[in-house]
Design a protein around this ligand. Structure first.
Ligand SMILES: [Zn+2]
Ligand SMILES: [Zn+2]
Length: 289
């Protein structure tokens, strides 16, 4: 039987005005907060229901659910998976996933291995061009997660190869920094389904070279379940357009801030989202209180 944590003074059940944030990152990916820090910020922001959606990892998923429920906040298990769509990297959220199944754990391990291998190849290439970098040094290298970064970025920054995110992106575009293996969007949707979750396209207006409507049409034919209609980067009319599209095509409606703890343009609880704006369909049965 599912463990339930009841606290006197807390209302464990949600209502239509409950405050929601279903897109958050922790120090398991590129966020700067520990799980307890996220819970504390959520309490301060009066968030009633949230989901942790770290990039390509479920390392913190179960511990986060426990910490949130202890504080009287409802949770849905989540992840944000990198995917390739027409050669561009997009993000697909997986909600209501079962972290005990091997499928996402295997994916996480494969992704980390590929990330490490590609980082070592990247460093070897820079070294051959005369940069003061070294694979063995990289393997020993550690950095403070509070920089809100990832290992290769932090290392190249410390070695003065790059200084900003723009530099990193430009080196990536030139092929100097090698990308980890990324699954196609169709394969990611399939994987999320195998993990018993619902696949939701994240912040669709962020992909500058892709047409949102064409994307939705293709992804829906590939099994997409929902749209992140409410997101910090969406203007109100864009959110409305997405919600109309979702209703018309029987897709679930989600939303969240994409808070990382240190990015000034993404803060928990913004945009303000209440449960009556969303349509979570069968995910409602997977909420843990
Ligand atoms: Zn994203
Ligand atoms: Zn995100």
């Amino acid at each position: 039987m599912k463990k339930r944590v009841w606290h006197s003074g807390w209302k464990p059940m949600l209502n239509k005005k409950s405050r929601i944030d279903l897109h958050l990152h922790s120090c398991a990916s590129d966020g700067v907060r520990t799980l307890q820090e996220i819970v504390n910020v959520a309490l301060a922001n009066k968030i009633d229901f949230m989901a942790l959606t770290d990039h390509d990892t479920i390392r913190n998923t179960i511990a986060f659910s426990e910490a949130a429920r202890e504080a009287g906040i409802a949770v849905l298990h989540g992840i944000e998976v990198s995917a390739l769509f027409h050669s561009q990297v997009i993000h697909i959220l997986g909600y209501g996933i079962n972290p005990d199944l091997p499928v996402l754990r295997n994916y996480q391990n494969h992704y980390q291995e590929s990330e490490n291998q590609q980082a070592l190849r990247t460093i070897a290439n820079y070294r051959k061009k005369g940069a003061h970098v070294c694979e063995a040094e990289y393997e020993q290298y550690t950095y403070d997660y509070r920089r809100g970064s990832w290992k290769l970025f932090a290392y190249l920054q410390d070695q003065k190869i790059i200084s900003t995110m723009q530099d990193y992106q430009s080196e990536l575009a030139k092929g100097h920094i090698l990308r980890s293996d990324i699954l196609s969007a169709e394969a990611v949707i399939e994987m999320i389904h195998q993990a018993q979750g619902a696949a939701v396209i994240a912040h669709i207006f962020d992909y500058s070279n892709l047409n949102p409507e064409l994307m939705l049409k293709t992804l829906t034919s590939q099994g997409l379940d929902g749209i992140e209609c409410y997101h910090t980067h969406h203007r109100p009319e864009q959110s409305q357009w997405l919600a109309n599209y979702a209703n018309l095509h029987h897709l679930w409606i989600t939303g969240g801030s994409d808070d990382h703890g240190h990015l000034s343009d993404r803060t928990m609880g913004t945009p303000r989202i209440t449960l009556d704006q969303l349509n979570l369909g069968p995910l409602m049965n997977k909420i843990q209180y």
